[in-house]
Design a protein. Structure first.
Length: 247
């Protein structure tokens, strides 16, 4: 075999090895919104964090495109398989992560059944079933709580809607916005919700706190903001007055 024939043979072998083997071993991916619907999670997009929240009674899972770390309630885990990726208006996740979500759904469903056994009747006994909710979050208002580094948030949403309140701090033109924390509330029978939220760790006088209220995909979010003042700025405190002798 001459050297040209040998070169062609090498190219042909490489094409078989790399061109055909790739798709056969490529990891399968599934749209996260579809997975959420199948497993009974409420799917919510958190704009300030460019993340997706999956929630159901007892559990909230936070997934960020491009990151293999994800949050389960108050702890952080590392997922098996590829990191989630954003494509075609949805987040796509690996089969390994779908299995993990299924395990979590089963674990917390079992816990919910044990806690509420006997409190319901019929086919859905012992299990809270999330029903599709549509509408908008309206009347979102935020005020600073006097004497504390906290804000009070209130608004209205469809009755029974699970609401995620995300606090974002804008501290300086030189610094990027920072997500301070997230809190979860449920709208009451009248649709009203409220929460007293600390701004930790954003203790920065003069910063702008943006509150984003989001819910499931069928509920339009709302945003409002406030400029933080000193905790007792509007209260005259004699100890703060300088003695006349040193003015």
């Amino acid at each position: 075999m001459n050297r040209h024939a040998t070169a062609r043979a090498i190219v042909a072998i490489a094409a078989v090895a790399f061109g055909h083997a790739g798709p056969a071993v490529a990891a399968q991916e599934t749209a996260l919104e579809r997975v959420a619907a199948e497993l009974g999670y409420t799917y919510s997009y958190l704009g300030p964090e460019d993340a997706v929240s999956l929630s159901k009674p007892g559990i909230i899972v936070l997934v960020r495109p491009g990151e293999r770390l994800f949050d389960v309630n108050d702890r952080t885990e590392a997922m098996d398989g590829d990191a989630p990726r954003f494509s075609r208006d949805d987040v796509y996740v690996s089969d390994a992560f779908v299995r993990r979500l299924r395990e979590l759904a089963a674990r917390y469903r079992t816990s919910a059944v044990r806690e509420s056994a006997g409190s319901m009747s019929g086919p859905a006994a012992g299990e809270i079933v999330a029903r599709p909710v549509t509408g908008s979050i309206t009347g979102l208002v935020v005020t600073q709580v006097p004497g504390r580094q906290a804000v009070y948030v209130r608004g209205k949403a469809p009755a029974g809607a699970a609401i995620t309140l995300t606090l974002v701090s804008t501290m300086s033109v030189e610094l990027p916005d920072a997500v301070l924390n997230r809190h979860h509330v449920v709208a009451g029978a009248s649709g009203a919700f409220d929460a007293d939220l600390p701004v930790a760790p954003g203790y920065f006088r003069g910063s702008i706190i943006t509150v984003v209220a989001s819910s499931s995909a069928g509920v339009a979010p709302a945003t409002t903001r406030i400029t933080m003042k000193a905790p007792n700025q509007d209260l005259p405190i004699p100890a703060d007055d300088l003695p006349r002798s040193i003015r």
